[in-house]
Design a protein around this ligand. Sequence first.
Ligand code: 5GP
Length: 185
Amino acid sequence: MKKNLLIVLSGPSGVGKGTVIKELLKKGSYALSVSCTTRKKRDDEIEGVSYFFIDKQKFTELLDEGGFLEYSEHFENYYGTPKKFVEEKLTTHDVILEIEVDGALQVKKAHPEALLIMILPPDEKALRERLLKRGTESVEKIEKRLSRTEYELSKKDLYDYRVVNDDLAETVETIEKIIEKSKSK
Ligand code: 5GP
């Protein structure tokens, strides 16, 4: 039997990654990796499902023990993929990692067989404008988010595939096809 696949999905904030992943999980028999983060839990998030919420000290301990497949700092918080968690899931399923670009590239370096897919907005300019208009945030925060978007988009050519999220159903189907193709190689 073919080995299960490590699938990394990234994309700038506002591109609809979460929805795409939800649909993929409904349709296919994928497992979703649950990351550790030092970020504060949001009201709608569930411990152990959305993330494992841990403090900086615990994060550093896990890092020192070699417990992360990759990790990165994002807007002053740390995020990491727990190695053991993913390895266990990989024995039975293809595993999806929803992580940002620096982490994704670390995964590719350690596991060249991993499949890296970046989800792109149909209109990069419109995405920038949408981010600018998100009323509640300070100018400083908006600028940070915009420059992060620029950075993420600048790395798109390092991904194995780029999928433009214009129509949700089509995006999901395209990603499924890419996964099938990669598995049959
Ligand atoms: P949020 O705080 O909005 O949940 O996530 C912020 C960013 O961190 C998103 O781009 C998300 O993909 C990324 N992220 C979530 N978990 C991980 C992880 O384990 N590793 C890395 N490198 N990025 C992550």
